[in-house]
Design a binder for this molecule. Structure first.
Ligand code: SAH
Length: 355
């Protein structure tokens, strides 16, 4: 049985398994077998690892928890999107999502890095109550494995987006450890160019990421083309500012060679005016970048709305005329509250928000 006092094996898998193998007197290839069971054969528990001697399986079970979370809710949308609400060992809750794109044969997972979020973006459900804590590396890897298990055995995960609950660059150590497991051949085997980290824009952490050996794709959540508006929508911007973020983004592009993505959640009558589109075009001009415009997914209790189709088209036309590479996204899984933080939120009383 899982016991919360046992170490979670996924937290530092290599170290845990190496220590186990040496203390149990198990030959090195047993470690490779365990890894195979975890990442490839999708074992549900230690007992399932049937090509390991029983004594070794019970030894593992006595030392380590394999899972630290429980599925509290599992929702499906008509478009194939599935979402898990996970309850962690300390009662905290996080969300993660499997998105299927049948046209492009993609199976993308969206994972969380924190319980709650400390960035305070005014339109987002995840940050309404601030941040409780960082997830451990094991809790991040566990989301990947839980979501992989939703696929039929002959299908593999192809992409990861770190766009769930929390600010990934505020938990970079644990995230990088978890993504190492995602990339490894004896892990999930997903290469760095298929992994996107989305951030509100924390320059020192962007620079750290630029020095990391793996070149992940970086997405920066802009949501406003000037500091005055961004300070209102993304409060941490007050201490950072767009100029510093754009400079860090440019350094990341230099170091990684990966084209940058900028995200812009379109909020009716707030950041969707023609002048905003023009400013945004100026900000992004001459940058090797893709702009992802995301229609707002309304959050119960918050006063923000999705712009009308006319407004969206007008916004888009200005950017396209200015030669900006732009994609207007459709939200997948709307009906299952797939925007980050929404499912967890729907189980809690709604906040009162002043309009
Ligand atoms: N902290 C990271 C990851 C957040 S989630 C970041 O800021 O990038 C990924 C994206 O979804 C962010 O751009 C975020 O601002 C956006 N988002 C949050 N709530 C949303 C909502 N209700 N509708 C549409 N996009 C939302």
């Amino acid at each position: 049985m899982a016991d919360a006092s046992q170490p979670h094996v996924l937290d530092s898998l290599d170290k845990s398994l190496a220590a186990w193998a040496s203390e149990a007197g198990a030959p090195g290839y047993r470690v490779a077998q365990v890894r195979k069971w975890l990442f490839e054969k999708r074992a549900v528990d230690w007992a399932a690892m049937s090509d390991l001697p029983k004594a070794l399986r019970s030894d593992l079970a006595e030392r380590f928890r394999l899972w630290s979370a429980q599925v509290a809710r599992h929702t499906h949308a008509d478009d194939g999107t599935e979402k898990l609400l996970l309850s962690l060992a300390d009662g905290g809750q996080i969300e993660c999502v499997l998105l299927r794109d049948r046209d492009h044969e993609r199976r993308t997972i969206c994972i969380s890095t924190q319980v709650g979020c400390g960035m305070g973006c005014v339109f987002c459900a995840s940050g309404l109550d601030g941040v409780d804590r960082n997830l451990t590396a094991g809790e991040i890897v566990e989301q990947m494995l839980q979501l992989q298990r939703l696929l039929p055995p002959d299908e593999r995960l192809s992409h990861i987006v770190v766009m769930g609950m929390g600010e990934p660059l505020a938990n970079l150590d644990h995230l990088l450890l978890a993504l190492d497991e995602a990339r490894r051949d004896d892990g999930l085997g997903i290469s760095a160019r298929r992994i996107t980290i989305s951030t509100v824009g924390l320059p020192p952490a962007i620079d750290r990421l630029a020095r990391h050996e793996a070149n992940y794709r970086l997405a920066i959540s802009l949501h406003a083309p000037n500091d005055e508006l961004r300070n209102q929508l993304v409060p941490v911007n007050k201490n950072i500012g767009l100029a510093a973020i754009m400079a860090a983004a440019d350094r990341y592009f230099e170091a990684s060679g990966r084209r940058l993505t900028f995200e812009y959640v379109l909020l009716a009558d707030i950041n969707d005016r023609p002048e905003h589109a023009r400013q945004l075009a100026r900000l992004l001009a001459e940058r090797e970048a893709l702009l992802n415009v995301i229609p707002y997914n309304p959050v119960a209790g918050l006063p923000y709305q999705t712009p009308t189709p006319d407004r969206r088209l007008a916004f888009r036309a200005i950017l396209e005329q200015a030669g900006i590479r732009v994609k207007f996204r459709h939200r997948k899984g709307n009906r299952i509250d797939a925007a980050c933080g929404q499912l967890r939120r729907s189980q809690q009383p709604l906040p009162l928000v002043e309009l």
